[in-house]
Design a protein around this ligand. Structure first.
Ligand code: HSE
Length: 442
């Protein structure tokens, strides 16, 4: 039997408690796999007197991070306290003390992950962060190891459970965004302050990490264009459904000729796309590799025990590296300086809903404008709104560039006959005709 591996845990919230429980519940399996026991030696907490539902000797608790970071017997620091500044400082200190680090902190990894990885490698330490993206889904390992022989071209993710729950609820039950959000908060999916989730920032952090790893390039959080779901209207969900699409908050990362685009936005996703059927609070990441083609990884993106599985699996990897004396050797340096695609290089189909004057020649004026930008329509719906004396036009374009679509939209605003552009969305995937409902096809 090898000597035990000792863990210093920074934080004992939802994830930290899950880590303690998982290590305790699975100790036989872990000992069999590692040839030693995994032992939590010390835990940093803010309030040692707080009641907790974990079986833990109170003498292991400390309020002083240095008790853990300076303890020569601790091999691995597990950072599950969240926040950025303090966690960042503790992790740098851990590397300086030649301790390996596991973190579940996507905010920190999205902002400082590249630098922290370099510091870890310089100190011959491991730095693992599987739990930072999509909780219980082993997507970072899936990409870094399972698909390491392939050239990844595209990654699309439903990587935020709160927004997926809200959009599923709006689509299935026709409830408003506000009602769906309130219910998500009552059920504990959404935070009391849901801004980072609903405005797409949480997903953007995860997509920055996924983009970096998938394309071996230094994608930063600022490179991710973000739009959240707080303005998604039930009407667009309804029209999207009629046209054969489900509304999803999609994180999208693509690399072509070493140029990348990464964004997060509500997207109308063809119902035939594998991600379109991912419902409620579940997460999924779709990865398209040049050789493998389509793959999809599905599971719980949050929660105490699912996230703990990712954290403890990282502990297992580090412990194996300790046995082999290869810590710090697993990280592959980034290969490319990132080059971002311009809007003229980003291709997609687009959806738009607009209100126009209900009079002769309006549609031909609009279609001429789009024709000037070389944009053609794939599907069109038109509904007179007699009470308001206007017509509502909904269309999906054939593939065009974001640049052309934006220019056409700017010019639309200047037309007298256009009263308002109510909404516009990116569209992904091809609709099977039988799923397109009663939509007219031009
Ligand atoms: N708040 C996140 C979600 C989970 O709703 O998916 C943690 O990243």
């Amino acid at each position: 039997m090898e000597s035990n591996v000792s863990i210093g845990l920074l934080g004992l919230g939802v994830v930290g408690s899950g880590v303690i429980k998982l290590i305790e519940n699975h100790q036989k399996e872990l000992a069999h796999k590692l040839g030693c026991a995994v032992q939590v030696k010390s835990v940093l907490v803010r309030n040692p007197d707080k009641a907790r539902d974990v079986n833990l000797n109170r003498t292991l608790l400390t309020t002083n991070p240095d008790d853990i970071l300076n303890d020569p017997e601790i091999d691995i620091i597990v950072e599950v306290m969240g926040g950025i500044e303090e966690s960042y400082k503790h992790i740098l200190k851990a590397f300086a003390a030649k301790k390996h680090v596991v973190t579940a902190n996507k905010d920190l990894v999205a902002l400082h992950g590249i630098e922290l990885q370099e510091t870890a490698t310089e100190n011959k330490c491991d730095f693992y962060y599987e739990a930072s993206v999509a909780g219980g889904i082993p997507i970072l390992r899936g990409i870094a190891e399972g698909l390491s022989s392939d050239r990844i071209q595209k990654v699309m993710g439903i990587v935020n459970g709160t927004t997926n729950y809200i959009l599923t609820k709006m689509s299935k039950e026709g409830v408003s965004y506000t009602d769906a959000l309130n219910e998500a908060q009552e059920l504990g999916f959404a935070e009391a302050d849901p801004t980072a989730d609903v405005e797409g920032l949480d997903a953007a952090r995860k997509m920055a990490i996924l983009g970096r790893l998938s394309f071996s390039t230094n994608v930063s959080l600022d490179d991710v264009e973000v739009k959240g779901i707080s303005h998604v209207d039930l009407e667009d969900i309804h029209y999207g459904d009629k046209l054969g699409y489900n509304m999803k908050l999609i994180g999208f990362a693509q690399c072509e000729d070493e140029q990348v685009e990464v964004h997060v936005q509500p997207t109308l996703l063809a119902k035939s796309h594998p991600l379109a059927q991912v419902k409620d609070e579940y997460n999924a990441v779709y990865v398209y590799g040049e050789a493998v083609g389509e793959t999809m990884f599905y599971g719980p993106g949050a929660g105490s025990m699912p996230t703990a599985t990712a954290v403890v699996s990282d502990i297992v990897s580090i412990t194996k590296n300790i046995r082999l004396n290869v810590n710090g050797a697993q990280a592959v340096p980034l290969r490319f300086e990132r080059k971002l695609k311009s809007p003229e290089e980003q291709y997609s189909d687009f959806y738009m809903r607009l209100h126009v004057k209900d009079e002769a020649g309006v549609f031909s004026t609009i279609s001429s404008l789009f024709h000037e930008h070389d944009i053609s329509f794939k599907r069109i719906l038109q509904t007179p709104m007699k009470k308001l004396d206007l017509a509502e036009i909904i269309f999906v374009t054939h593939e065009t560039t974001l640049g052309s679509f934006r220019k056409a939209m700017e010019e639309l605003y200047r037309l007298d006959v256009v009263l308002d552009i109510k909404s516009h969305y990116k569209v992904e995937g091809d609709v099977d005709d039988e799923l397109a409902g009663t939509a007219e096809t031009l």
